[in-house]
Write a protein that binds this ligand. Structure first.
Ligand SMILES: [Mn+2]
Length: 221
């Protein structure tokens, strides 16, 4: 919140995706004090919308989106004493491809906007990102971007805790970040699930740095 008060754009680096329950709460609270809402663009192989009741593993990194939508564990849902932090119509999942049965039900219950890898395959990155931006910005001050590195194919990003085949390519990932930078409505950015212990020659961390640069406006030309 301090970074936002200084008029700058927060960049959060992780680490476990559960940190988003805190980071997004902070951004939402900052704008709530100004009477404004925020959108969230959640780019991930997983939907992170489990609750302690539905989670097969009990991992908190599978619950942050549920927490922000007011469905998660109370300790995370009630940060700043209110819930939900974000409205379902402004919450967009992009690039998901590995969803538990219980999460599928939670997605439907929450009514959030979802674009799977199939949508990206069929319609292309630009069309999907334009739709995602439209939903995230409808009636909001702008949007928080939560980028889980496991969204990217393990070929290019092997250093993540829960790799899943069939992810975004190197170029698709850059294009998505470039489209966000061109749009200009990003309020805060976070990059998570880089695990240096299982990375190969720091490839995943290097890519994460590149993508952050693209998201903040670095261009080829
Ligand atoms: Mn995640």
């Amino acid at each position: 919140m301090k970074t936002l008060e200084e008029g700058r754009t927060p960049l959060v680096l992780g680490g476990d995706h559960s940190l988003a329950a805190g980071s997004v709460s902070g951004v939402a609270e900052f704008y709530r004090r100004r009477g404004e809402k925020i959108g969230v663009i959640w780019i991930d192989a997983h939907s992170d919308i489990n609750t302690p009741e539905t989670s097969p593993s009990g991992n908190v990194h599978g619950m942050p989106l549920a927490s922000l939508l007011g469905m998660g564990p109370e300790a995370l849902t009630d940060i700043f004493g209110y819930a939900p932090k974000i409205r379902s119509e402004n919450t967009v999942l992009v690039g998901v491809r590995d969803i538990d049965a219980a999460e599928r039900a939670n997605i439907q219950r929450a009514g959030i906007v979802v674009y799977t890898m199939r949508d990206i395959d069929e319609r292309g990155m630009r069309a999907v990102m334009e739709d995602a931006l439209r939903a995230a910005t409808a009636g909001t001050a702008g949007y928080h971007v939560s980028l889980d590195m496991d969204w990217i194919d393990p070929e290019d990003a092997p250093g993540v805790g829960t790799p899943v085949r069939g992810g975004a390519t190197y170029r698709e990932a850059h294009l998505a970040m470039e489209i966000l930078a061109d749009h200009g409505g990003m309020l805060s950015f976070e990059l998570v699930e880089v695990n240096p212990v299982i990375d190969e020659h720091n490839r995943t961390a290097d890519l994460a740095v590149e993508l952050a640069c693209s998201a903040f406006g670095k261009k080829i030309l």
